[in-house]
Design a protein around this ligand. Structure first.
Ligand SMILES: NC(=O)c1ccc[n+]([C@@H]2O[C@H](COP(=O)([O-])OP(=O)(O)OC[C@H]3O[C@@H](n4cnc5c(N)ncnc54)[C@H](OP(=O)(O)O)[C@@H]3O)[C@@H](O)[C@H]2O)c1
Length: 216
């Protein structure tokens, strides 16, 4: 069983990752800014506080864990956009400080940089709102940063273009940099099945040093 720290544990995606990990018998440290927002309890879960931009706090969080998962971001505002790449840099710096004992790092990414069958990227589509474009490019910048990192065992997992709370089916498909679409041309995943894929990656370590995407 793995010892997993989840940053953004009270978020839409983070909370599903916590639930999936606990259901499989892993130990979880829920890392949040406000412990009052963690309403669930579990014998295999403890709660601690840290901001994802605080390198020293992240090093303390990472110490003694097998995997650190970051599911931070959220909202339509400038805070979300401004957090994504600096969070990647802070997480890498924090884990790098732990040297040979550093946990793996799994980061929730974005779908914007995925390629469509015509070669364009999701963020090239016409009519995307400006704040959506900025979030997509912030995730793209974070991914480009991760791709320069060779001394921390990172994995970046892009959701489908559409990820919503829903059903846990336990099934999904993966690709590296290509947008996965269903027969109707939709790119979808539930947050529950995305969490299944994240915890599968914790257990199987099939994508160290690369990005992959998860969809039906
Ligand atoms: N299709 C896509 O590409 C797609 C779709 C959805 C989401 N995403 C990405 O997935 C990530 C998570 O999204 P979500 O929908 O789960 O968001 P969410 O429900 O708003 O949760 C975001 C989490 O991040 C935490 N957080 C924000 N800033 C933080 C900081 N500085 N330090 C520590 N924690 C911080 C929040 O904590 P507080 O409660 O303390 O604010 C919250 O737990 C985001 O990066 C988002 O861009 C991608």
């Amino acid at each position: 069983m793995a010892k997993i720290a989840v940053i953004g544990a009270n978020g839409t995606i983070g909370s599903r990752i916590v639930r999936e990990a606990l259901s499989r018998g892993h130990s979880v440290t829920a890392v949040v800014r406000d412990p009052a927002k963690v309403t669930e309890t579990h014998p295999q879960m403890n709660v601690t506080t840290a901001d994802v931009l605080d390198v020293a706090a992240l090093t303390a969080v990472g110490n003694g864990h097998d995997v650190v998962i970051s599911a931070v971001g959220g909202g339509d505002g400038p805070g979300h956009i401004a957090t994504i790449k600096p969070a990647a840099e802070a997480l890498v710096a924090a884990l790098r400080a732990l040297g040979d004992t550093a946990p793996r790092l799994i980061a929730v990414g974005g779908a914007g940089s995925l390629r469509k069958p015509d070669g364009s990227r999701v963020w090239d589509a016409d009519g995307l709102p400006e704040f959506v474009l900025q979030i997509m490019h912030a995730h793209g910048d974070a991914l480009e940063y991760y791709r320069t990192v060779t001394d921390v065992r990172w994995t970046n997992i892009s959701p489908a273009a559409d990820i919503q709370p829903g059903e846990r089916t336990g099934t999904y498909r993966t690709a590296l940099d290509e947008l996965i679409m269903d027969a109707e041309g939709n790119s979808r995943i539930s947050t529950e099945d995305y969490a299944v894929a994240v915890v599968d990656e914790v257990e199987q370590a099939r994508h160290i040093g690369e990005r992959f995407t998860v969809a039906y």
